[in-house]
Design a protein around this ligand. Structure first.
Ligand code: EPZ
Length: 429
C-alpha cells in the first residue's frame, strides 16, 4: 500500500492546473449508457474512481477508450450494444456512485440488477431517495440478497417527484432516468451542485430536453433516444479548493489555473475572513499568504451548494489547526465526517468533537507524525497539515487519496512542496 511523506516547512510558489471534476466525470460516464452513439468526454481526470466506473461500463458491453487527444486527456464511450445490465457487488462496493447506473440502464433497456452500495466511513448513506424516484417513474423494484432488481418493460414514465431533502446522488440518478422516460418529469428540491448542471448540459447536448438548470426544480421532457456528444468536464472545485487551502496553509503565492473562481466562492470567502489574500482570475484564483502572519480562526457550517462544501470541511479544519483562536466547524451533510480530527490531533492539533460539531483551538505549531487517511477528503487534509508540521508526516492508506486527486505529489511538488510517494511493497504502481 502506498504512503505519502511530507517534509513540513516549505512555502509554495507557482502554478497548479485544476483537473476535470471527479464528481462530474463519473456522472457523465453513466450518461454514456443512455445512447448507442459515441460520447466523447474531454478534460477527463484519470483517477481510481473513473477507472472503477470504466470497468463497470465495460462489463455492460460499452467500449471505453482512454486517449490523450489535442484537448488533453479524453475518454471515448461507445455503447452501441448493451450486453449485460448486471452490476456486481465487487464493482459497486468500490465506489458508491456506481449505483447510479441503475436508472440509465432501466431507461435504455427496461431492466437492471445492481448491487446496493452499502455504507461508508463518512456515514450510512442510504439510497432510499434514489429508489423512491425510480418507483415514482414506474419501475418495479425488488430488493434481494443485497441487490436491487428493477423492471420497467414498457419504459419509465415521467412523474412529479419532490425530494424530502436535497440529495446530489438522487437528483442525478432521477435526471439520468427521466431523460428517456415517457412524458414530463418534475424534480422538486433538486440539488444545484455544479456537477448536476454539468450533467444536465451534457444531456442537452445529447438531445435531452431539460429546463430549470442550476435551480432547485428541474423539468425534464422525455425523448425516445439520445445522440452522442463531445463534452468537456467542468473543473474540479474540490481539488481546486484543496490546493487553495494548501497554499494558504503553507504560505507563499500559488496561481490555480484551468479552474473557476465562482465554484469555490463559499470557501474563498472564509479564507479571506481568516486573513488569506485571494484574487480571482479569468481561469481560477491566486492565493497569497505571508507565512509569518498567523491566520484568524473563523467558523464554518457545511451546506448544500452554493454553501460551504462538505467535501472541503476536512481541508478547512486542517487550516484552522494553526489559526489564532477557536474555530467552530459544523457538519450538516454527513453524520460521521470528522474521522480526520483524531489524525490531526496526532500532529498536535487541539480538536474536540461533539456530534456534528468540531471545535478547533488553534495551536502555534504542528509536529510531523505517521497518520492514516480515513476517506478521500480526509487524506488530503492530512497532506495539507503535513505541509506545515515540523519534520516528517507520513500519510498511510493513500488509496483513498488516489480516488480523487490526480498527480497530487507532482502538482504540489511543482510549487516547492516536499511531498513524496513511498511505494508499497508488492504494489503494481
Ligand atoms: C455526493 O455524494 C458527492 N459524491 C459527495 O462527495 C459529496 O460529499 C455529497 O454529494 C454532498 O455534496 C459524488 O458526487 C459522487 P447526497 P452523494 O446524496 O450524492 C443522505 C467525495 O468526497 N441520503 O447529497 O452520495 C446521505 O446519507 C464525495 O467526492 C439519504 O438519506 O450525497 C447524506 O447524509 C464524498 N438517502 C445526505 O443525504 C438517499 O437516498 C446527502 O447525500 C440519498 C442520500
Amino acid at each position: 500500500m502506498d504512503r505519502i511523506a511530507i517534509q513540513g516547512g516549505a512555502t509554495l510558489h507557482g502554478e497548479i492546473p485544476v483537473s476535470g471534476a471527479k464528481n462530474s466525470a463519473i456522472k457523465l460516464m453513466a450518461a454514456s449508457i443512455l445512447t448507442n452513439q459515441p460520447l466523447r468526454l474531454t478534460n477527463m481526470p484519470r483517477l481510481a474512481d473513473t477507472r472503477f466506473l470504466g470497468q463497470l461500463l465495460r462489463q455492460f458491453g460499452i467500449e471505453v477508450t482512454e486517449t490523450d487527444g489535442p484537448d488533453g486527456q479524453e475518454t471515448l464511450f461507445d455503447g452501441r450494444d448493451i450486453r449485460s445490465t448486471f452490476a456486481p457487488y465487487e464493482l459497486v462496493r468500490q465506489m458508491r456512485a456506481s449505483f447510479n447506473v441503475l436508472g440509465p440502464l432501466l431507461g435504455r433497456t427496461g431492466h437492471a440488477k445492481v448491487s446496493l452500495p452499502g455504507g461508508c466511513t463518512i456515514g450510512a448513506r442510504p439510497v432510499d431517495l434514489h429508489l423512491m424516484a425510480l418507483s415514482a417513474m414506474g419501475a418495479s423494484i425488488e430488493l434481494e440478497e443485497g441487490y436491487v432488481s428493477a423492471h420497467a418493460p414498457k419504459g419509465l414514465r415521467g412523474a412529479e417527484i419532490e425530494f424530502p431533502f436535497v440529495s446530489v446522488g438522487a437528483t442525478e440518478h432521477a435526471l439520468l432516468a427521466a431523460v428517456l422516460a415517457r412524458g414530463t418529469t418534475v424534480l422538486k428540491r433538486a440539488a444545484r451542485e455544479p456537477e448536476i448542471g454539468d450533467l444536465a448540459r451534457c444531456l442537452i447536448a445529447m438531445g435531452a430536453r431539460i429546463e430549470g438548470l442550476d435551480t432547485d426544480q428541474l423539468v425534464i421532457e422525455g425523448v425516445t433516444s439520445l445522440n452522442g456528444a463531445d463534452w468537456s468536464v467542468i473543473p474540479d472545485r474540490i481539488e481546486m479548493g484543496s490546493y487553495a487551502v494548501a497554499a494558504a496553509m503553507a504560505g507563499g503565492e500559488v496561481r490555480l489555473t484551468k479552474g473557476r473562481a465562482d465554484l469555490i466562492q463559499a470557501l474563498t470567502d472564509k479564507m479571506v475572513e481568516a486573513g488569506v489574500e485571494v484574487t480571482p482570475t479569468d481561469d481560477g484564483v491566486i492565493v497569497k499568504r505571508d507565512p509569518k502572519q498567523r491566520l484568524k480562526a473563523v467558523d464554518v457550517t457545511t451546506e448544500i451548494y452554493p454553501g460551504f462544501a462538505t467535501d472541503l470541511q476536512a481541508q478547512f479544519m486542517a487550516l484552522m489547526t494553526t489559526a489564532e483562536g477557536e474555530s467552530v466547524i459544523n457538519e450538516t451533510i454527513f453524520e460521521n465526517r470528522f474521522m480526520h480530527a483524531p489524525e490531526l490531533a496526532r500532529l498536535g492539533a487541539d480538536i474536540s468533537v461533539h456530534a456534528g460539531e468540531a471545535r478547533v483551538q488553534g495551536v502555534e505549531t504542528l509536529t510531523g507524525a505517521p497518520v492514516m487517511a480515513t476517506d478521500l477528503r480526509a487524506s488530503v487534509c492530512l497532506v495539507i497539515a503535513g505541509l506545515v508540521a515540523e519534520g516528517q508526516t507520513v500519510v498511510d492508506r493513500v488509496y483513498h487519496l488516489d480516488r480523487g486527486f490526480e498527480r497530487l505529489e507532482e502538482k504540489l511538488g511543482a510549487c516547492g512542496a516536499q511531498v513524496t510517494r513511498l511505494k508499497g511493497e508488492g504494489d503494481e504502481h
